[in-house]
Write a protein that binds this ligand. Structure first.
Ligand SMILES: *Cc1c(COP(=O)(O)O)cnc(C)c1O
Length: 384
């Protein structure tokens, strides 16, 4: 029996920023006080910095899916024609939510591991006039691919459609110029690159998106965007917010400001690159055929090995939680996250452990062959 530290290596929840955890203990605060109003306003401004936008940002006490639902319920009416890009389990969630609210949904599907191309989005918009919305994931966390949202935004921007981007794992891991590219709705969640536990969701809305809201018949109550915007301006949440998480978020956002948004993104991108190079050096196949994500890397389990066993060994040997494939990808792939509070020291461990696990599963592995790739990426990035 040896010491095994619990480590979260999943694409949500992610490792917690320790000062944020300590700040959360100060939750004996009332949400209708001047102290809290100041904190709330500060956090909304911090989220604008984190997201890189001057658009309004609204904050919900819910997981990320709540903000996804709010975009559908506040901006669209039953029967509205929309296009949904589906390249994995989270794209499937967009399809389910838009159908649940009675929208007229056209799905653009890509096989797991591939991205939906911007050309397909442009074609769909050209082929069917009157499309009211386009839904996509910036990063499809279930497969580890990204979408070219910049090019998609160009196509959507020429139409009246609202571009709704689930950037829950895209924020803080990939460059998203919300204002410059015209991303009308961008959604984030607390348990990803924001480095705090699950329970908060947030989203930004462009002027084009706001213009859709007023005349709509409400199909929402809790997730009322206008109420949240008006409340936010006064430092108030319409309902009782998760005060402890907001205290934690203020602390982690302070850190993001110190670090700089671009450095946070580069951190994830470098770790993802190093992971891909290590995987290839270990004779493993990368699952992403589309644009590989900065947030998460998915790797195919080698021939004759189930990813269930790799996931299990991370837990039993090293106390680490890594992600299996979801749905039909379970047993086929395993995934390492890089979003938020991850560093090179974490990755040295993750890859060294992978070498041990692969050898225990009967693969021929030269110890250090994967780790040295991570060291090389580190050396190059830090001009060693
Ligand atoms: C984590 C995640 C979500 C949100 O899921 P919740 O469980 O509701 O927080 C949505 N989309 C993507 C791409 C995600 O990675």
């Amino acid at each position: 029996m040896h010491i095994r530290k619990l480590r979260l290596l999943t694409p949500g929840p992610t490792p917690l920023y320790p000062p944020a955890v300590r700040a959360m203990a100060g939750a004996d605060i009332h949400h209708r006080t001047e102290d809290f109003r100041e904190l709330y306003k500060q956090v909304l401004a911090d989220l604008q910095y984190f997201m890189g936008t001057s658009n309004d940002v609204m904050l919900f006490t819910s997981s990320g899916t709540g903000a996804m639902e709010s975009a559908v319920s506040n901006l669209f009416s039953p029967g509205d024609k929309v296009v949904v890009a589906v390249a994995g389990k989270f794209g499937e969630r967009w399809e389910q939510i838009t159908r649940a609210f009675g929208l007229d949904v056209q799905v653009l599907e890509a096989p797991y591991g591939e991205s939906v191309t911007p050309e397909r989005v442009a074609e769909a918009l050209a082929a069917a006039p009157g499309i009211q919305g386009v839904f996509v994931q910036a990063t499809e966390s279930s497969t580890g691919v990204s979408h070219d949202v910049k090019s998609m935004a160009k196509a959507v921007g020429k139409t009246d459609a609202i571009f709704v981007v689930d950037a829950i794992t895209g924020l803080g891991t990939s460059q998203l110029d919300i204002d410059g590219w015209g991303l009308d709705v961008v959604i984030g969640g607390s348990q990803k690159a924001a480095m705090i536990p699950p329970g908060l969701a947030f989203l930004s809305l462009s002027a084009k998106a706001w213009a859709r809201i007023e005349p709509r018949r409400p199909t929402y109550y809790y997730f009322d965007l206008l109420k949240h915007k008006k409340g936010g301006e006064k430092g108030e949440s319409p309902w009782t917010p998760a005060t402890s998480l907001i205290l934690g978020l203020a602390e982690s956002m302070k850190y993001v400001r110190e670090l700089g948004r671009d450095n946070l993104i580069e951190n994830a991108q470098l770790l993802a690159k190093a992971t891909r190079e290590a995987a290839v050096a270990l004779d493993l196949e990368l699952f992403a055929k589309g644009i590989p994500a900065g947030a998460v890397t998915s790797i195919r389990a080698p021939e004759g090995v189930s990813s269930n066993d790799i996931v299990k060994q991370y837990k039993t040997r090293f106390g680490a939680i890594i992600a299996n494939g979801q749905g039909s990808m379970k047993g086929e792939i395993f995934r390492f996250a890089h979003l938020g509070y991850f560093d090179f020291a974490d990755l040295f461990g993750v890859i060294a452990e992978l070498e041990i696990i692969l050898r225990s599963l009967g693969r021929k592995v030269e110890f250090g062959s994967g780790v040295s790739k991570v060291q090389e990426v580190y050396a190059e990035a830090s001009k060693l």
